[in-house]
Ligand binder design. Sequence first.
Ligand SMILES: *Cc1c(COP(=O)(O)O)cnc(C)c1O
Length: 374
Amino acid sequence: MQFIDLKKQYQILKSDIQINIDKVLEHGQYIMGPEVAHLEEKLAKFAGSKYCLSCSSGTDALLIALMAKGVKSGDAIITTPFTYIATAEVISLLGATPIFVDVYPETFNLNPDKITDAVNKAKNMGLKPKGIIPVDLFGLPARYRLIENIAKELNLFVLEDAAQGFGGSIRDKKAGSFGDIAATSFFPAKPLGCYGDGGAIFTDNTELFSLMNSIRVHGQGESKYDCDRIGLNGRLDTIQAAILIPKLEIYDKEIELRQKVANLYSENLGNCKKIQVPFIPKDYKSVWAQYSILLENDKVRSDVIDALRLEGVPSVVYYQKALHLQKTFEKLGYKVGDLPIAENISNRILSLPMHPYLDEISIKNISKIIKSVF
Ligand SMILES: *Cc1c(COP(=O)(O)O)cnc(C)c1O
């Protein structure tokens, strides 16, 4: 069994994808070919955002957004410690300082009640608080209405890290449309993935859009040969755009299938008191990048992992270590116990096989193995 089975989807889309790749090979515009703009238009429409810029990865999407916001040394950016390293890495890469705030124990997403304290902490450190990066962890959007209100009050920008959340929503508003800018990833294992690295940036702001457009291609100006600012080589390959176009066409259907898989897991596991199944607040929709359960403790989790492995079922711990305890952030001075909820979750979390084509028998079987441990 695969943790994420990408082959099943490929079998379904095989001819469409191959035709699209062939088209690119024939027209030869490997960089910024017509498929790129075509995809961007479709992505913007999907997310309900005015502009979309495709780019080289989710990490670069975050980086380009922060560069457009002028983030630099002496600035503080507030984010969650319970996420993939890329979220905080880009902050440090620009010389700014990540300030981690704890998460909700139910959704594992950034707790907006902690933002004001973090802003004060940054100021006490002599830093200038500039923005917040909430993460749509495991596919569930963060609490944007509240975060956006607090951000406005404190004069901070909001950058949505929708690398796992693209396809999720709150009421009728889709991930990719929250905050001032949103960033997503098309890494193959993400809910909407390409066959290499890729990402996208979304905004409604015309000025930010043209800045990010310039940064994406070496800070280019009006003419291709003008350089107005420092930028990067941050484009999405035409071939990856050609691969994403047919995938986006079936994405809504796949999101429904993901929801069915999640429902089946929760039905099968939810009646066991020793297992905390995912909690999705009212009006929220997760895109189920991961289906993650909480177990009693580290020891029980190891037993569950072993029981699954014995039956050939892969499982993964996202994330073993909260970011504030990573070696690279040692200099920030965090200690064990500083962000107790994120730390507690990292000792108990376990993600189970999850993809749109996971069948009911497998889900029942996985659930049975897990429950057999108790
Ligand atoms: C995957 C991921 C990223 C980085 O995306 P890449 O395309 O791998 O660079 C950033 N943030 C989160 C939360 C992610 O899961």
